[in-house]
Write a protein that binds this ligand. Sequence first.
Ligand code: NAD
Ligand code: ZN
Length: 355
Amino acid sequence: MKEITVKSSIDYKINIGTRIRFNIYEFIKEFNYNKIAVITDENVAKYYLEDVVNGLTPFIQVVTYNLPSGEKIKDISWFERLQQFLLNEQLDRHSAVIALGGGVVGDLSGFVASTYMRGIGFVQVPTTLLAHDSSIGGKVAINLGSIKNIIGHFYPPQAVIYDLDTLSTLSEQEFRSGLAEVIKHSLIGDAHLYEQLITKQELSVKDQSFEKILHRSIDVKRVIVEADELELGKRKFLNFGHTLGHAIESVYQSKNITHGEAVMVGILFDLFVSDLENGERQGMLSGGLITWLTNIGYKLALSEWRVNQLLQLMLKDKKNEKQLIALVLLRDYEQPYVKHFSPKEVKNLLEAFAK
Ligand code: NAD
Ligand code: ZN
């Protein structure tokens, strides 16, 4: 068991361990909730809902909601259905929502919890590797059409309970997806971790070293969120890889590409631009990353490179200012900064990157 405290507008604990999904009540009893809605999705429900609910019901009244799985539920219609559900089940201001699942369930349920009766209790029980990132830091949101996370809030959870055993049922694709955020954290904040990662031939949640890797990745996020909870400055660095990543996620939605896989291509693009800005042709992009990614099964080539569509979406990114596109770049490992580019410049960069 490891406990990490995040100090922000509210302080909360990230509890990381194995088999802790069975006794979630231990971690939340201090909040004295009168009722709990466990919100999850169909895949996660199959494996873990019973474990979680059985651990809670001796102590507290529990209702559950199983969503379909996938990014499509992060929208207004599911937001409305969940609000109606909480109302029908008579949750009140002393109740809480537990998000049991990956980043999609966490983002949607958190946004619901943050707005129902102007905000009720909220607890994250992440079950994906990616959610080591999304469950921390309090960003909750839904999408509007193809624009990601445009309706949202900062609403930190009161507790995070991360049972690493749940990661054993993730598909390889979902594992790789989460790994992209680990790579992101290591590049912007822990060069030693980066080095350790890309020299590993194989990575699995069963590795002894994996838990340590996760702790370090979480710590990069914690430090940044504590310094800049509301993303007025430093927190923008966490969007490394995400300007293009989010655009790819939207454009190639139908191609079964995950958030992390899209972000991984975005990370390579930001490294490519960083190297150019640093006056180096190869630099950080060559440093063994691409070979390593290919070895562990990432597909880095997109079926076709739709530059104009990507550019249109990048123009709608929340970090932009005055019609300029913001990219997070690296002066060196662990040295991120934000630079703005004109749409024309980004178009040229995208075309050069595609070659
Ligand atoms: P997800 O929640 O859709 O989970 C991925 C898939 O894995 C789903 O099909 C899910 O049903 C399944 N699954 C979840 N846990 C499982 C388990 N233990 N075993 C087997 N299957 C399991 O997606 P995700 O990749 O966790 O999160 C992606 C989302 O997170 C995106 O919407 C992204 O925008 C968001 N995100 C948010 C933040 C933030 O700070 N709020 C940060 C990064 C990403
Ligand atoms: Zn992300």
